[in-house]
Design a protein around this ligand. Structure first.
Ligand SMILES: NC(=O)c1ccc[n+]([C@@H]2O[C@H](COP(=O)([O-])OP(=O)(O)OC[C@H]3O[C@@H](n4cnc5c(N)ncnc54)[C@H](OP(=O)(O)O)[C@@H]3O)[C@@H](O)[C@H]2O)c1
Length: 375
């Protein structure tokens, strides 16, 4: 039996992780943490009976209702819970840059970190990579593209290039000249995946692919020019590798996040999952990406490796996406907020994780100022 600490249990990845965990009788849910959805956390505590639980805001009724559970509150509280619970596996399915702090805590405290929170890598960059090397915790990526690459990079010589794919998001066929003012409900109609709001909007702008490009660079050590990005409309091709002799391997599988989540938990074993043979009619075609439609991916390529700009890229996107959701800015403004904020934030290279969180904070202030200018 392996003890699991799940952060972000009330979100899209968190809920799917719980479904995976309850399908197999080899995991014990030892700790659960959410953001603000305490009502759902309450139901999860009743069902999974964890020894530890945490939420961002203190809720005394939780302590009254579940006297046997050890509660922690606030981001610092969640960090402490990761350490105190002593779980074998930490699944970091929190959204946003605070996820970096939880991942840092997992290193050295858990045997394995199953990482969905891509902000950990995008913001943590080289610092996180060095910290990871110093600790005896293995990192298994959860993101479908990175899980696919992780699987393909085992047991062969290193490929020359790697490929990550994108669905193209909800606006992949939308007339280019009408993209500026597309509505939120149109943006949220993702063609292939059912995900949280931010990542769905980030798929339409391809900020998400930009974050994944950066993630792939740090996780697998490839330069920007050797990480190719293509659209695969069916999302059945998750990633690929290209060897020096021209041979290519593509990783094909159902677009169901429970598969990479299950793999991250069970690696090096594989779980049993119903086999659906979709290959006969599958659309495995890879299409070139038009950067006029997705300028944020071009921008991510340009800033890759520049730690400050990567942190600002992520933080300003979070601010811009929220402003778009709240109808304060147009869809087209998301890119403007990101690129303007990157131009104005002037900070020295971060020396530690506190510096990273400080740059993240400054970037959010500046991005909010950019939003105000566009309102
Ligand atoms: N969804 C996908 O298919 C998918 C695929 C690959 C990678 N990812 C990555 O996985 C992460 C989570 O994505 P998601 O789609 O599951 O997001 P989501 O549905 O928005 O869920 C986010 C979760 O994180 C919690 N949370 C938010 N801020 C937090 C904080 N400061 N501290 C602790 N918990 C916090 C939320 O709690 P409350 O809801 O209680 O406030 C919720 O449980 C992101 O980094 C995303 O890029 C997602």
């Amino acid at each position: 039996m392996k003890d699991v600490c799940l952060i972000g249990s009330t979100g899209s990845i968190g809920l799917q992780t719980l479904r995976v965990l309850r399908n197999y009788n080899k995991y014990c849910v030892k700790a659960l943490a959410c953001g603000y959805n305490v009502n759902l956390l309450r139901k999860q505590i009743k069902h999974y009976k964890p020894e530890y639980a945490a939420a961002l805001k203190k809720d005394p009724s939780l302590i009254n209702d579940f006297p046997k559970v050890n509660f922690f509150f606030g981001e610092t509280g969640i960090e402490k819970m990761v350490e105190a619970c002593g779980a074998d596996i930490v699944v970091n399915a929190a959204s946003g840059s605070p996820g970096l702090k939880y991942s840092v805590r997992a290193l050295g405290n858990a045997k394995r970190l199953c990482l969905a929170n891509k902000e950990t890598i995008v913001c943590g960059g080289e610092l996180f990579k060095c910290y990871l090397k110093k600790h005896n915790t293995e990192l298994i990526p959860v993101d479908s593209e990175h899980s696919a690459l992780f699987q393909m990079l085992e047991g062969d010589v290193p490929p020359e290039k790697i490929i990550i794919t994108a669905s193209g998001g909800s606006l992949r066929d939308y007339p280019l000249n009408k993209m500026e003012k597309v509505t939120l409900s149109e943006v949220l109609k993702h063609p292939t995946w059912n995900m949280g709001k931010r990542i769905t909007i980030d798929s339409a702008t391809m900020v998400n692919k930009g974050l994944e490009l950066i993630e792939a660079h740090y996780l697998f050590g490839y330069k920007e020019e050797n990480i190719l990005t293509y659209i695969n409309r069916s999302s059945l091709v998750h990633a690929g590798v290209i060897y020096t002799d021209g041979v290519m391997k593509l990783h094909v599988g159902e677009n169901d996040m429970k598969i990479p989540i299950g793999y991250s938990l069970s690696y090096p074993e594989r779980e049993k999952h119903r086999f659906k043979n979709f290959l006969v009619d599958a659309d495995l075609k890879l299409e070139e990406i038009d950067y006029r439609r997705y300028p944020s991916l071009r921008l991510a390529r340009d800033i890759l490796g520049e730690s400050v700009k990567q942190i600002v890229f992520n933080a300003s996107d979070e601010v811009a996406v929220k402003a778009f959701e709240e109808k304060e800015i147009n869809f087209g403004d998301i890119f403007r907020v990101i690129s303007n904020t990157i131009d104005i934030v002037d900070a020295g290279k971060p020396e530690n994780f506190e510096d990273i969180m400080e740059i993240d904070k400054v970037a959010r202030i500046k991005a909010n100022e950019e939003v105000k200018k566009l309102k």
